[in-house]
Design a protein around this ligand. Structure first.
Ligand code: GLC
Length: 453
């Protein structure tokens, strides 16, 4: 049984059924507004057209290069599509140092081109001129399959000279500056799009790709007649188009204020993109740990947890001064920990804050704080998915899911399904499938599909 005072303190993180319905209603109307030319400028959820109009058949073959920029790491991949729904992937991860994330755009793209060149040499691909798919996971207005204007940076990136520019052009220019690489950029895409393509490659019933990782976003299959934002280069003979919702922006015009907490407001203020991506900041990995840090700090001050701790003030100071000290993966580890040993939790508390001999009661309380925050995140993600599933309205829809929060949290899937069962039309059924390397395999598939057309 949890302590009643702590429960009351955390109540503002719980979402009642009627609140859930209200968020659902508001979310659904933002999607509708995002899809229509007249209302899109005001809509929070922009529903960008991807110009990807074919799902993979599974028969795709060939070797492709892929670049994946958008999370904590940058990756270069060699993807061999083998037909029969099979793919082989060889990938290398390259760190993106913090000063590159907030420096000059040209430096970031030079770094990308350098990593690509290194990879090409290491894999002896120099004379093969492989087609390349570029997974660039930030909000972009696409003007075709190979032209994407960055609307704004998210997730801690803030490089100068990239916003409103075509990122494919910036990539090509960086490659040209080196002068030693011949690369054919076939497509630029978002990671949510990649995840949808990658899961559809394995399961033809997949209609949605969602990322619950550093950031949070979804892409889904829309009927062409519902997409009056389509402008150039789209195929009129195709019935569908993939839409990159960029749903992380939901809440920017106030629709979530009735349930955002002061902790959410503080987390937002500490970011490089304050006032934006508010839905994302309640769900994704870049922010959940921060929420736990702030809530924990306040709970200690209010004597709701760790009240027997001998050096309470020191604990509070560490929490206060070290933004980012509670990483989201700790939430997964704490929620995964076994009662009554709480070995992992105790280890973390010792390593991070020098706490010795934490009581079972405090471990339970800490886990409860984590649960409240991750449950709320899962419910919000479920709102988005349910809205898309009901919109697609096919009898059975599979959702491909990628991202560290979903992948590593022990109960996120279960929390999400529970809320989805409340919101999804009972005449429809759904399933969630874990994506296998959506960004890489997806990039190759978009490039493959593009080269067929
Ligand atoms: C952020 C980006 C979006 C991306 C998501 C997941 O929301 O704006 O483009 O898909 O993070 O990485």
């Amino acid at each position: 049984m949890q302590d009643q005072n702590l429960k009351d303190f955390l109540k503002e993180f719980s979402i009642s059924d009627s609140q859930l319905q209200e968020i659902y209603k508001r979310f659904t109307s933002e999607i509708r507004n995002g899809l229509s030319k007249t209302t899109q400028p005001q809509a929070d959820i922009k529903c960008y057209m991807t110009y990807v109009q074919d799902l993979p058949t599974g028969d795709e073959k060939g070797d492709f290069l892929a670049l994946d920029l958008g999370g904590t790491n940058f990756r270069v991949l060699l993807v061999s599509l083998k037909g029969q729904h099979e793919a082989e992937i060889d990938a290398k991860v390259y760190a993106v140092a913090n000063d590159l994330m907030i420096g000059e755009g040209t430096q970031l793209f030079d770094h990308i081109a350098n990593c690509l060149a290194e990879f090409v040499v290491e894999h002896s691909l120099g004379d093969k001129h492989l087609p390349l798919g570029f997974t660039f996971s930030f909000p972009c207005v696409q003007l075709g399959l190979t032209k994407a204007l960055l609307v704004r940076w998210t997730k801690g990136f803030k490089c100068a000279g990239v916003e409103l520019e075509d990122v494919v052009r910036l990539l090509k220019e960086a490659i040209a500056r080196r002068g030693d690489l011949i690369i054919d950029v076939m497509a630029v895409l978002n990671d949510a799009t990649g995840t949808l393509m990658s899961c559809a490659h394995r399961n033809p019933e997949c209609r949605i790709g969602v990322i619950i990782g550093t950031g949070c976003n979804a892409c889904y299959v829309e009927r062409v007649e519902n997409a009056d934002l389509l402008e150039i280069e789209y195929k009129t003979d195709k019935r569908h188009i993939l839409v990159n919702t960029e749903w992380g922006a939901f809440g920017e015009s106030g629709q979530l204020e009735f349930m955002r907490t002061d902790y959410d407001r503080t987390v937002d203020k500490l970011t490089l993109n304050a006032g934006t991506q508010l839905f994302e900041k309640m769900i994704s990995g870049m922010y959940l740990g921060e929420l736990v840090r702030l809530v924990l700090q306040d709970a200690i001050i209010k004597d709701l947890i760790f009240h027997r701790c001998t050096d309470k003030q020191n604990f509070i100071n560490i929490l206060n001064k070290n933004a980012g000290c509670i990483e989201t993966r700790f939430i997964s580890e704490i929620e995964n920990d076994g009662f009554p040993e709480f070995r992992q939790t105790r280890l973390l508390l010792q390593e991070l804050f020098g706490l010795e001999k934490t009581s079972v009661e405090d471990c339970q309380k800490l886990r409860f704080i984590c649960e409240c925050i991750s449950k709320r995140a899962a419910k919000l993600a479920a709102v988005g998915l349910s809205s898309l599933i009901n919109k697609i309205a096919e009898p059975h829809v599979v959702v491909g899911v990628d991202g560290s929060v979903y992948r590593f949290h022990p109960h996120f899937d279960e929390y999400m399904r529970e809320a989805m069962r409340v919101l999804v039309d009972p005449k429809l059924s759904f399933d969630l499938m874990l994506s296998e390397d959506g960004s890489g395999r997806g990039a190759a598939l978009v490039a493959a599909v593009a080269s067929k057309n």
